[in-house]
Design a protein around this ligand. Structure first.
Ligand code: NAD
Length: 428
């Protein structure tokens, strides 16, 4: 069944922004800086479709439960929809729609031939056994079979899903189609068509964005202090790379709190969320501080890499870093963004900084279609190249129009989408 896509217009500022409100507001803002047909902006406020499906599951005790799944497809003018599938109790049609719009901007700013999608099932993955998760995933793949595919819509892992989930999804889809089609999803294990370097890619791109920002503002990485909130896939990979490149990582945190050492931590010795969940504090350090304090440390670079909406109007005045690099999606609210801009704090936006994930997903899709695996070295080299190109495109807009990095990134994305829409035309 296809649900009626959410249609309400942008609401007034709600401090903890919903993804849809944020996505529409950012579109409107970007449109004021680009010479774009207003009809294109109107079209981009609405997703192409939001597919809603019922996913029945036989539980281990023989009872049957039905879960609701969604796939929001925002825009595919530049190529197949691309974006994650999450298993989380709070998944809704509206949230998927907003997040699918973010994916449209992220793919466009990276100049990838994809549009934006996002989906998931409203379920607590911790309440499922492995067998139940597998059955639920396979049935979800079947329910979505008509709307996904390597040239239609290519899902990826997200909150509550992982490489194994993608392997089950790919297997179920392939069995029904009668042939092995690895390109239907990305983020798979390398043995079934996944790409080397995919897991580390969002952290790697976040580190590259931080390195470029430090260089742009005439600093030396070897004299740069960094604080990282969240020591999961994004935060730990970014922290470790920046340390390897010479930066001093003075704080890292997980949900329980933060380690702080003004002389620098050995981030390779601190267990990541994957290695040992929520165990950051078990590693010794001169001091431990709260998660909120991490955000307010007097460092050169702050990397929020845990959850959204952590820099708000309440603490934006207390942010002491000169540069904020958004490893997480949406860590800075709209109100906080304005305050940081007025205070001269440079914010490198999520759609650029953590876009390494979707960029290496694109590489994975290319490898699947060509049936040829790339080495890790090639993946990292091409990611570096893509990041530097996107960085330069955004920097040019920052300089030409005197924009914030966020506005400049949206301008780059919207310009590309609008040009593609104008060239393809509207079939009225
Ligand atoms: P993860 O689950 O691997 O790690 C999350 C880390 O944040 C953990 O250390 C956890 O303890 C910590 N954390 C959780 N809640 C917290 C809180 N309230 N305060 C402080 N710390 C908290 O997650 P991840 O994959 O690294 O994702 C982190 C962020 O990056 C999310 O916003 C995600 O959407 C975004 N992101 C992830 C990817 C990816 O492919 N992994 C890609 C792009 C963006």
């Amino acid at each position: 069944m296809t649900t009626t896509p959410p249609t309400q217009e942008t609401e007034p500022e709600d401090e903890l922004d919903s993804a849809l409100v944020t996505a529409r507001r950012q579109l409107e803002r970007a449109a004021t800086h680009v010479d774009v047909d207003p009809g294109v902006v109107t079209r981009l406020k609405h997703p192409t479709r939001v597919e809603q499906v019922s996913v029945p599951l036989e539980r281990e005790d023989g009872s049957v439960e039905v879960f609701t799944g969604y796939r929001a497809q925002h825009d595919d003018v530049r190529g197949p929809y691309k974006g994650g599938l999450r298993f989380h109790p709070e998944v809704t049609a509206e949230e998927c729609t907003g997040l699918s719009m973010w994916m449209t901007w992220k793919c466009a700013v990276m100049d990838l031939p994809f549009g934006g999608g996002k989906g998931g099932i409203a379920v607590d993955p911790k309440s499922l056994t492995d067998d139940e998760t597998e059955r639920l995933t396979r049935r979800f793949a079947e329910e979505l079979r008509d709307v996904v595919g390597p040239t239609k819509d290519v899902p990826a892992p997200d909150m509550g899903t992982d490489a194994q989930t993608m392997a089950w999804f790919m297997d179920a889809y392939s069995m029904q189609q009668g042939e092995t089609i690895p390109g239907v999803v990305t983020g798979k294990p390398p043995v079934v068509g996944g790409s080397y370097g995919r897991e580390e890619a969002p952290g790697r791109s976040t580190a590259i964005a931080a390195r470029e920002a430090v260089d742009y503002y005439d600093r030396d990485l070897s004299e740069t202090t960094v604080a990282v909130q969240g020591f999961g896939s994004v935060g730990a990979n970014a922290a470790r790379l920046l340390e390897d490149w010479g930066a001093t990582i003075v704080a890292v945190s997980d949900v329980n709190g933060a380690l702080y050492d003004p002389d620098g931590l050995d981030t390779h010795a601190v267990p990541t969320h994957e290695e040992e969940p929520e165990a950051v504090l078990e590693h010794g350090a001169p001091e431990t501080i709260s998660n909120e304090d991490v955000l307010e440390l007097d460092v050169d670079v702050l990397i929020p890499a845990a959850v959204g909406n952590v820099i708000t109007a309440d603490n934006a005045d207390a942010i002491a870093a000169d540069i904020v690099v958004e490893g997480a999606n949406g860590p800075t609210t709209f109100a906080a963004d304005t305050i940081l801009d007025e205070r001269g704090v440079h914010v490198i936006p999520d759609i650029l900084a953590n876009a390494g994930g979707v960029t290496v997903s694109y590489f994975e899709w290319l490898q699947d279609i060509n049936r040829r695996q790339w080495s890790l070295e090639r993946v990292n080299e091409e990611l570096e190249e893509h990041m530097l190109e996107a960085w330069a495109d955004v920097r040019d807009e920052v300089e030409a129009k005197d924009l914030t990095w966020r506005d400049a990134a949206y301008v780059v994305a919207l310009s590309r989408i609008a040009e593609a829409k104008a060239t393809r035309g509207l079939w009225p």
